[in-house]
Design a binder for this molecule. Structure first.
Ligand code: SAM
Length: 241
């Protein structure tokens, strides 16, 4: 196996954007390479300063931070591009998991690519892959849809479009919309197999497997908190015996 253990490039004419994955909960899930890159870069662009500061403090990293989130990304991405063009090394870190996967990171990544700035992945956890890995549903092919729309009509319309998809489906969901979403999945896609995952890698990690109706039944009396990823089986294939 080849590994890229060399120090960061010394050619300061061109900067580099490192897309650094961070834990989705358990801090032990950070990679050695991510720690080294976060220590060595000139600047870390972060979605949630408070959350990333906790991570950096835990590992004794003192690299300067700047915020980059949904509300300021238009202005901020030009500023970050400026620093990259000047030859600086910038790490992009999201709230948790892999930057760019259902979070604002991808716009900065696109801008860097357009400006011929090298973009280097520092892989690590992502909630979608983590949930899939323990789902027990087929993982050879899957469709990741990120967050379903907030509005019922739009959500149902989107689910309707997914009715014929045979691949396993993966969604991010928020606790306050969960029951509604499960009902919509039940009504539009039918009583499929579903895997409900909550707070993966954290203290209150929970995985429920069963039919949509069974999972709905199990959660209906509960006031759920935390971060949720749903994995739903694709359209059942007809058996040919
Ligand atoms: N870029 C991130 C990634 O690669 O995982 C995802 C960002 S998205 C804004 C955040 C959503 O991911 C949460 O609302 C939740 O649906 C899901 N998520 C994050 N952490 C999770 C966890 N520990 N367990 C289950 N789902 C999680």
């Amino acid at each position: 196996m080849e590994s890229n253990m060399a120090s960061l490039p010394t050619n300061r004419n061109k900067g580099t954007l490192y897309v650094v994955s961070t834990p989705i909960g358990n801090l032990e899930d950070i990679t050695l390479r991510a720690l080294r890159i976060l220590k060595e870069v000139d600047l870390i662009a972060v979605e949630d300063t408070r959350r990333t500061l906790l991570l950096l403090k835990h590992f004794g990293i003192q690299t300067p931070l700047t915020s980059y989130f949904e509300g300021n990304e238009e202005k901020k991405k030009e500023y970050l591009l400026g620093r990259l063009v000047e030859g600086e090394r910038v790490a992009l870190v999201s709230d948790a998991g892999t930057p760019g996967i259902s979070d604002p990171g991808y716009r900065l990544i696109t801008l860097a690519i357009k400006n011929e700035i090298p973009v280097i992945p520092i892989p690590g956890p992502s909630a979608a892959i983590t949930a899939l890995s323990v789902s027990g549903l087929p993982t050879d092919a899957f469709l990741f849809k990120g967050f379903l729309p907030n509005k019922t009509k739009k959500r149902r319309d989107l689910l309707k479009q997914l009715e014929e998809v045979k691949e396993t489906l993966v969604f991010y969901e928020s606790p306050h919309r969960l029951a509604e979403t499960l009902k919509d999945i039940f009504e539009v896609l039918g009583d499929r197999e579903i895997v409900f995952t909550r707070e993966l890698t954290k203290m209150y990690e929970e995985v429920l497997r069963g039919k949509v109706s069974e999972v709905l039944n199990q959660i209906k009396e509960r006031r759920l908190k935390g971060e949720i990823t749903l994995v739903v089986s694709g359209k059942p294939r007809k058996r040919i015996d």
